[in-house]
Design a protein around this ligand. Structure first.
Ligand code: OAD
Length: 248
């Protein structure tokens, strides 16, 4: 914790990568954990693909609507709030902060983080398959499945499915940030899915210090300068308070 605090306290540009672990304390289940109840016989890899949507848009959109409502009902937790404190603390002293997230739940935005890039899109926004137009549906279940857009197509969640490209603007923002950061922190991600799993190496190649926050060891743990084996909701508020002396 002390080494991580020193790194953060001195940093001019902090880049944070988050994964499902930071939202676990808001009650949002990770991808595999959602396969319960009605959905227990489904394999996530067969629902989160363009092929699944083409084959059975009703089942796929019912599942994503169920997850969307779960995300909208959840609240940001102490981990999300601490990242807001770190961002504001850096900006106050003329530094920079970039948040790269693999989460689709929008909890970072709702907590108040300003510079957020969503690598896997968001479940809160849905896209018309005919026009590409996007909209934010109201926080109630769709009335029909698959939902239809007013522009003539079906609606699908604006998330990145297996086999689809990550959004270029988010990838560009990540590449730029990883070239210039001097402190990279990975929070609540299993570091199993590329390209995000390789961000620690890109940051280290730019000379940045690297910190991992995860209660479990991950395949990437050995590549970080510092590993904090704790929950995000415990470690991040402590880091924010030590490095910036703050609440938000
Ligand atoms: P995972 O579900 O793979 O990993 C979650 C990580 O969070 C694990 O390493 C846990 O140990 C850790 N964790 C659990 N509770 C935590 C807590 N309270 N604080 C900190 N860490 C905690 O989720 P991701 O790494 O986000 O992709 O998965 C990345 C991508 O793989 C997902 O976005 C999804 C999936 O396939 C797509 O949907 C394209």
């Amino acid at each position: 914790m002390e080494r991580a605090t020193r790194m953060l306290a001195r940093a001019k540009h902090v880049v944070v990568l988050t994964g499902a672990g930071i939202s676990a304390e808001s009650g949002i289940r990770t991808f595999r954990d959602t396969m319960r109840g009605l959905w227990k016989d489904f394999d996530p890899a067969t629902l989160a693909t363009p092929e699944a949507f083409a084959r059975d848009p009703e089942v796929v959109t019912r599942w994503y609507d169920h997850r969307r409502l779960g995300c909208l009902a959840a609240e940001p937790n102490a981990g999300h709030t601490a990242l807001v404190a770190i961002e504001r603390g850096l900006i106050r002293r003329g530094g920079r902060f970039t948040l790269l997230t693999q989460n689709v739940d929008r909890l970072h935005h709702r907590a108040g983080s300003a510079n957020v890039h969503e690598l896997h899109g968001t479940i809160v926004v849905w896209r018309c398959t005919a026009t590409g137009n996007e909209l934010e549906p109201p926080p109630s279940p769709f009335r029909e499945f698959p939902p239809r857009s007013a522009w003539g197509g079906l609606l699908r969640p604006a998330v990145v499915w297996f086999g689809e490209m990550l959004p270029i603007p988010a990838l560009d923002a990540a590449a730029r940030a990883l070239r210039t950061c001097d402190c990279f922190m990975s929070v609540g991600t299993s570091s199993a899915v590329y390209p995000a799993a390789g961000f620690v190496d890109l940051a280290a190649a730019s000379g940045s210090g690297t910190i991992e926050v995860n209660p479990q060891e991950t395949p990437a743990s050995g590549r970080f300068d510092v590993s904090i084996r704790a929950r995000a909701g415990a470690a991040l508020p402590e880091l924010a308070a030590r490095a910036f002396g703050t609440g938000t």
